[in-house]
Design a protein around this ligand. Structure first.
Ligand code: Q46
Ligand code: ZN
Ligand code: ZN
Length: 309
């Protein structure tokens, strides 16, 4: 297989795009495509300040690397979740993230949940009795809260995450199976800022997971190979496996599923029900926006694990 650009031996063959590229051309192709998606979906401009949520995994570190290569002002945010099961997942992912930032002279903010709030994510999940086997719902609430808090407090214009096509297609598949129209309406490459919630963007949403893995490896990025131990056996991994089976038989099916959805949504397939828009309130405790009057879900959760002041 030869590189389409130069005829040298190809390092990556992307059947889904009918495109094979050598290492240097593949390493240029990924940022070029990313720049195209950033522009196409109007994610952000060159003057805006970006906060990249980095976990130490291949996607988020590659995203940071790409934004840096493209010349954007992109700083990192690492959230220490305190996940320390069979492996010291959080310690190792933090080490790799800090090493990545140090080697490139990039600015990294670190929030350690335990140091900040007194308990790790798994302990908060146990104390609040939320999630028998998995602390994922607690983790999701805490991550959203902390990412928005940091973006707002530190004056960033936009929050970028490393979700790839496999992640997005799995979420879309789950939401479609149960016709979660409210979620379908909001899913996409950009979630605009509103009422104190930072704009969220996913510049890698059109890249297959294997493309991002190839990018990280060929760029020599040292990343956390292990997934979070709590992701084992999750529904989203099951959906990813199903979609991979479809993709094997029909290369490109996963990308088409996602892109056709975006087209259909832009064409008005999903509309906001008339009674849906909720006024945004501000949480009296942390000041972050919340859909309902009273404390936000993060503060209500933390109330249960911390003695009342
Ligand atoms: S939610 Fe759950 Fe993830 Fe948090 S506890 Fe791990 S698997 S990291 S995306
Ligand atoms: Zn080439
Ligand atoms: Zn709050």
């Amino acid at each position: 297989m030869k590189c389409r650009a130069c005829g040298a031996k190809a390092a990556v063959n992307m059947r889904q795009h009918k495109l094979a590229l050598c290492k240097p051309h593949f390493l240029d192709w990924i940022p070029e495509q990313t720049a195209r998606f950033i522009k196409k979906y109007r994610m952000f401009g060159p003057e805006e300040k970006i906060l990249v949520a980095v976990s130490g995994g291949k996607d988020s570190l590659s995203l940071w690397d790409i934004l840096h290569r493209l010349g954007y002002q992109a700083d990192g945010l690492y959230l220490g979740l305190g996940i320390d099961e069979e492996i010291s997942y959080s310690d190792e992912s933090r080490r790799l993230t800090e090493q990545f930032a140090r080697q490139r002279g990039l600015k990294l903010h670190v929030v350690d949940i335990q140091a900040e709030y007194g308990h790790s994510i798994p302990v908060i999940a146990t104390l609040t009795h939320r999630g028998q086997n998995r602390p994922c719902s607690v983790c999701g609430v805490a991550k959203r809260h902390e990412m928005n808090r940091m973006a707002r407090d530190l004056g960033y214009d936009v929050l970028a995450t490393g979700h790839n096509l496999d992640d997005e297609a799995a979420v879309l598949f789950g939401n479609t199976l149960s016709w979660q129209s409210e979620f379908l309406l909001r899913q996409g490459p950009v979630l605009p800022e509103h009422d104190g919630l930072a704009r969220k963007v996913k510049p890698l949403c059109r890249f297959y997971e294997k493309e991002m893995a190839a990018y990280a490896i060929l760029r020599g990025i040292e990343y956390m190979y292990e997934e979070c131990p709590f992701s084992v056996g999750s529904t989203s991994i099951y959906y990813k496996e199903l979609l991979n089976r479809l993709e094997t038989d029909r290369p490109g099916a996963k990308l088409a599923f996602y892109l056709k959805f975006l087209e259909a949504r832009a064409g008005g397939l999903f509309i906001q029900p008339e009674d849906a828009p909720q006024p945004m309130y501000n949480c009296p405790s942390c000041g972050q926006p919340t859909q309902y009057e009273g404390k936000c879900s993060f503060c209500r959760m933390m109330e249960k694990v911390q003695p009342a002041q």
